[in-house]
Design a protein around this ligand. Structure first.
Ligand code: FES
Ligand SMILES: [Fe+2]
Length: 398
């Protein structure tokens, strides 16, 4: 492949990367705050967001849910349908997640008011019969796909679902979730950052190091951004980024699984704010297992899960490394070393990265392209103008 100049590298369809062009949207760069009423929060709420792994919510269970600095109640009715309701009972305000699931309804533990999946109050044991019909709490559209529960917190009708296609071919879907003690946006930016792999993950973990960095271009599409990576030997990899916060890409298997099952996994990666200082990283992966190897894989997988259950959470170890109490070499045997490494690098930018001081270069082309789209959309929201109607990813680009 011929050498690529810096100018050519930056000649991406999605954006003009000259500093003056970036200033055009300079007033719309608060990507980090996603609470109610914020521009970034409105953009995030315009899409389905993952909120929980399906396997973590058995039928008959209710839980508190915090997402984008708001609190809700998540429960799964006895028929198996997951539902999101308001956090509090409107009677005297206690937390509904502590209540009882009865059929597909949720009963408040304080005085027994009961709500159906639409939020309608259907029973008040100590009140006049006509009162319940007048009480209704907020409920939010909820769906399940690829091992994850998704909900829609925006205005009006939700966009088409599923917004991401199922994996094709034999294999199984494995979902996982990791907690990160920092703002979601700097980790979403990391999704566009192939270059960090050489250094952040040099201690070990799951990522192989490339002999040479691929040449990457970014093109805006009807669903978001298509990244095209081409290595010196001509191998091309296409990775779609769905706006606002979903990446589909191939990633290596967790380090403790290497040698047991496939070495890489087709994956959806999604970063979702808990609040402005914390987020969760949802991963749904297609694990291709060769016919006849299912039982062996299952045994290794269960052993891996046991290792994970015994190991300390990656975010705790990452924070101890940042505090100087440990080094990455001390945790090199951790079954998910790569997540610790990412917590150190991305948490090390500060709880909320200060972008006013950064010095971007050609390796940040993808990040700049993505920020420009976010800024454009946030500006449209602020000015009450139509935003781009993002389309679902119907199939993987070829
Ligand atoms: S607070 Fe829920 S029924 Fe009284
Ligand atoms: Fe990483």
């Amino acid at each position: 492949m011929p050498a690529v100049t810096a100018k050519e590298e930056m000649n991406v369809a999605v954006t003009d990367l000259k500093p003056r062009a970036r200033k055009a949207s300079a007033g719309y760069t608060d990507f980090e705050h996603t609470g109610p009423g914020t521009l970034a929060g409105k953009f995030m709420r315009s899409a389905w967001q993952p909120i929980q792994r399906s396997q973590d919510l058995p039928a008959g269970r209710a839980k508190p849910l915090r997402i984008m600095s708001e609190n809700f109640t998540l429960f799964r009715g006895e028929s198996g349908v997951a539902q999101v309701l308001a956090q509090r009972c409107p009677h005297r305000g206690t937390q509904l997640s502590a209540g009882w699931v009865e059929g597909d309804t949720l009963r408040c533990l304080y005085h027994g008011w009961r709500y159906d999946a639409t939020g309608q109050c259907v029973e008040q044991p100590s009140e006049d019969a006509a009162f319940a019909a007048k009480v209704r709490i907020a409920s939010y559209p909820t769906r399940e796909h690829l091992g994850l529960i998704f909900a829609y917190f925006g205005e009006g009708e939700p966009p088409a679902f599923p917004h991401i296609p199922a994996f094709v071919g034999e294999g199984r879907v494995e979902a996982s979730v990791e907690y990160f003690p920092c703002n979601f946006f700097q980790c979403w930016e990391n999704s566009f950052d192939e270059y960090h792999v050489h250094f952040t993950h040099r201690t070990g973990g799951m990522h192989p190091r490339y002999p040479q960095m691929p040449h990457m271009t970014y093109t805006e599409t009807e669903y978001g951004i298509l990244r095209r990576s081409e290595t010196a030997d001509g191998k091309v990899r296409l990775s779609p980024f769905l706006m606002p916060n979903v990446l589909r890409t191939i990633v290596p298997s967790p380090n403790a699984m290497q040698g047991h099952g496939p070495s890489v996994r087709d994956s959806y990666l999604m970063k979702v704010p808990v609040d402005d200082h914390n987020h969760v990283f949802f991963i749904s992966q297609h694990v291709r297992i060769r016919p006849g190897e299912e039982a062996v894989y299952e045994e290794k997988h269960l052993r891996y899960l046991e290792l994970r259950a015994k190991a300390r959470p990656p975010h705790e170890l990452g924070l101890e490394i940042l505090a100087g109490c440990l080094t990455l070499t001390d945790v090199v045997e951790h079954p998910y070393l790569a997540v610790i490494e990412d917590v150190v690098a991305q948490g090390g930018q500060g709880t909320i990265a200060d972008r006013s001081q950064e010095r971007l270069g050609r390796s940040d082309t993808g990040i700049i392209a993505m920020r420009k789209i976010w800024s454009r959309e946030m500006r449209a929201i602020a000015e009450g103008k139509p935003t781009k109607q993002w389309q679902p990813l119907l199939k993987m680009p070829e």
